[in-house]
Design a protein around this ligand. Structure first.
Ligand SMILES: [Zn+2]
Ligand SMILES: [Zn+2]
Length: 296
């Protein structure tokens, strides 16, 4: 069922990444160079440029101390009438083109991206009005967005955590990423949600590998320092937060809530009998961080 790594026990270091970004090459309002600067200023290590239906030559951009990953958001038809999938391809060659005929068959598109060396992430299913039944036929996805900050501004459906959890209940386990999906000119939507990737070094191949294997977690602010099994207990350590939750399958979970006005940085629990556990932490401002599931 689960074959994800535990990034908190992997060598390497954490890299902060935004994996879904628009520029003036599609409906974004900042040029690629401006967008790269905005993310460099915000302290990111990795930025993927993912304009609608078009790639760009990332090698021609000044990287400003970051790794710039080539990507594209593409929109094949879904089974829902008049609703297209939003899929984000990463690590694709510049010039990759998915033709209109292919776009009626999402799995053929995904194959085409993968054959070109890329990976595919399911973007904001809840914002699209999609549940697990609507994306269960997609083969070859590497991950899905658990949170897309821009969807909060345009329709109030930023979290696809329920869709992700439900997919897992039904046997489709995908690693998660959190993204900005930035479109603004001045970067007001930059750094609202991001992904921490665990890797030995920041290369496009390592980024794809970290996402695919689950060597990552998503955050709107809180940091997760460690999550794993120690001395027969499930343990998580985080930056100061108000609530820490261990979540197993349906009806399974444990919550530790900080006393009113205080914060907590740790939660441990005697080894549960669940098939897996994942962590959600929530800080005093309501900002969350989500880990991938860890098989128990
Ligand atoms: Zn989209
Ligand atoms: Zn987008």
């Amino acid at each position: 069922l689960l074959s994800l790594v535990n990034p908190f026990e992997l060598p390497g270091r954490w890299y902060r990444a935004n994996l879904h970004t628009h520029t003036t090459l599609s409906d974004g309002q900042a040029t690629p160079a401006q967008r790269v600067k905005q993310y460099a200023r915000a302290g990111y290590d990795i930025l993927a440029l993912t304009d609608h239906r078009t790639t760009q030559d990332v090698a021609s951009l000044a990287p400003e101390g970051m790794l710039i990953v080539s990507g594209m958001e593409f929109h094949p038809s879904s089974p829902i009438p008049n609703v297209d999938y939003h899929l984000v391809a990463l690590n694709v060659p510049h010039g990759l083109h998915l033709d209109e005929k292919t776009l009626t068959d999402a799995n053929r598109c995904i194959d085409q991206v993968r054959s070109a060396g890329g990976i595919v992430i399911l973007a904001h299913p809840f914002w699209c009005g999609m549940g697990f039944e609507d994306f269960r036929e997609l083969k070859g996805l590497s991950a899905m967005e658990v949170y897309n900050a821009t969807c909060d501004r345009h329709g109030g459906r930023p979290s696809s955590e329920n869709e992700w959890a439900h997919a897992m209940d039904r046997g489709m386990t995908l690693p998660i990423v959190g993204v900005d999906d930035a479109h603004s000119r001045r970067g007001s939507d930059v750094a609202a949600c991001w992904t921490w990737l665990r890797a030995a070094s920041p290369t496009a191949e390592n980024v794809a590998e970290a996402i695919r294997t689950g060597a990552c977690y998503a955050s709107q602010g809180p940091k997760i320092h460690h999550f794993g099994v120690r001395g027969g207990a499930l343990v998580v350590r985080s930056s100061p937060v108000e609530k820490i939750q261990f979540i197993g399958g349906p009806t399974s979970g444990l919550t530790r809530q900080a006393p009113s006005g205080r914060s907590i940085v740790r939660f441990s629990a005697e080894m549960p009998t669940w098939p897996y556990a994942r962590v959600v932490v929530t800080d005093a401002s309501g900002r969350k961080a989500w880990t991938n599931p860890l098989a128990l």
